[in-house]
Design a protein around this ligand. Structure first.
Ligand code: ACO
Length: 381
């Protein structure tokens, strides 16, 4: 949205349409409505390459060969456990606090514990990024269990990233279809150019603050329901609507109140999010294998709302819409949904931190002042 007045320069509220820098990490190709990571279509990566391989691609610029992949996996697996102090600090947080607050605190604490004796080089930052990739699932799983009154389960180095996460949350690894759907979501969520949380990480990095400060700030930006918090808000909204036949009247009220419908719309995609078809297909496979009538009812409601939004507003779902339903079907509780997004997007954030440092300029835009004119300070009474 750009407004112009004779006295004011062009104002790009929300930075809509503003190109602020270059990036070689990912791009949305509008003509084909596709997203590429380092040139590879994400639709071709998801389901065919593991999340670990995609993390390597985002950080190092290319997919790993077999030897590189085993070395990368071995390092990731060794870094998963939390030290005792971190576990104690996290255990002291109120049980009622949102898991995004737990994650934000965890990353901040990792920063406080890091002696910061390195040179801030790309290699040093990649080592920290790998440690975050490895440890964040351990934090999310331990918090998930704590909220349900359960003791944490230690990571299992014999398991891959996705399988280990299920093991730490539930004490078992589900069948391959569920793991595959989860891994697809991780690959699709990993990176999306200058979205709000990534841009936040780049702003913090541009001041030459450390990686932990940038990631802590990015977690804060992702928490909001207009960004990552939408996957959680989708489930609350579906619960509020309740049944497919309620979609019409519910939307009438929501539109009258000018409510934003969670999981719909996107700043970049105006004709549908390129990541949705693959995520929806994977979610549909989970729905199809369920014998629970509640799942069929929820899926019918999900479809009815999607169709009504397309017909009545021409607004399509974003990735958070099918991902929210998928995470529910996988057995995660709703407050865990946005932390799952963090576990994935930390790869994109940290790739951008390295890129920002490679050609850094302090990010400091201007504002058009429209407050009171200069005036004298009245005498104190
Ligand atoms: N529900 C209802 N109306 C919507 C929605 C929505 N979800 N999204 C856009 N619109 C409408 C707006 O009201 C506006 O209508 P108007 O021109 O009559 O005022 C028009 O579409 C354009 O919308 P903008 O707000 O200009 O679009 P913008 O690019 O600023 O917003 C955003 C994008 C914030 C994502 C918005 O679509 C939204 O709030 N969606 C719901 C939250 C959500 O799902 N966020 C997740 C984003 S994707 C991700 O993080 C993975």
């Amino acid at each position: 949205m750009t407004t112009t007045s004779p006295a004011a320069p062009d104002i790009h509220r929300g930075l809509t349409g503003v190109v602020v820098d270059t990036t070689a990490i990912s791009t949305v190709i509008q003509e084909t409505n596709s997203l590429t990571y380092r040139g590879y279509p994400v639709q071709d990566l998801a389901g065919r390459r593991s999340f670990e391989e995609v993390a390597h691609l985002l950080w190092y610029g290319d997919l790993p060969g077999p030897a590189e992949l085993s070395a990368f996996q071995a390092r990731e697996r060794a870094l998963r456990p939390l030290d005792r102090t971190t576990a104690e600090v996290l255990a002291r947080l109120p049980r009622t606090c949102h898991p995004m607050d737990v994650l934000r605190t965890a990353v901040s604490f990792f920063g406080a514990e890091d002696p910061a004796e390195d040179d801030g080089s790309p290699a040093a930052n990649r080592a920290k990024s790998l440690a975050l990739l490895a440890k964040l699932p351990t934090v999310v799983a331990a918090d998930h269990r704590r909220r349900h009154g359960l003791a944490p389960i230690q990571p299992d180095p014999s398991l891959g990233y996705a399988e280990n996460f299920f093991h730490m949350c539930f004490g078992e690894v589900p069948d391959a279809e569920v793991v595959r759907c989860f891994e697809i979501s991780l690959v699709l969520y990993a990176e999306h150019s200058f979205n709000a949380s990534t841009f936040t990480a780049r702003v913090v990095t541009s001041t030459l603050a450390d990686l932990y400060s940038a990631v802590t700030a990015a977690i804060g930006a992702l928490k909001g329901p207009l960004h990552g918090g939408a996957n959680e808000a989708v489930m609350h909204m579906l619960g509020e609507i309740g049944a497919p036949e309620r979609v019409g009247p519910w939307l009438d009220e929501a539109f009258a109140a000018k409510r934003k419908i969670m999981g719909f719309g996107h700043r970049v995609y105006k004709h549908g999010d390129s990541r949705v078809p693959l995520m929806q297909e994977a979610t549909d496979r989970l729905v199809a294998r369920s014998t629970d009538p509640a799942t069929a009812r929820l899926a019918a409601l999900h479809t009815a709302l999607r169709d009504a939004m397309a017909t009545r507003k021409g607004i399509h779902p974003n990735l958070d819409y099918p991902a929210g339903l998928a995470y529910h079907l996988m057995g995660f509780d709703v407050p865990t949904f946005t932390p799952l997004f963090v576990m994935s997007r930390v790869t994109g954030w940290t790739a951008h931190i390295t890129e920002q440092l490679g050609h850094n300029a302090l990010i400091r835009p201007l504002a058009h002042y429209d407050g009171p004119g200069q005036r004298p300070v009245p005498a104190a009474s």
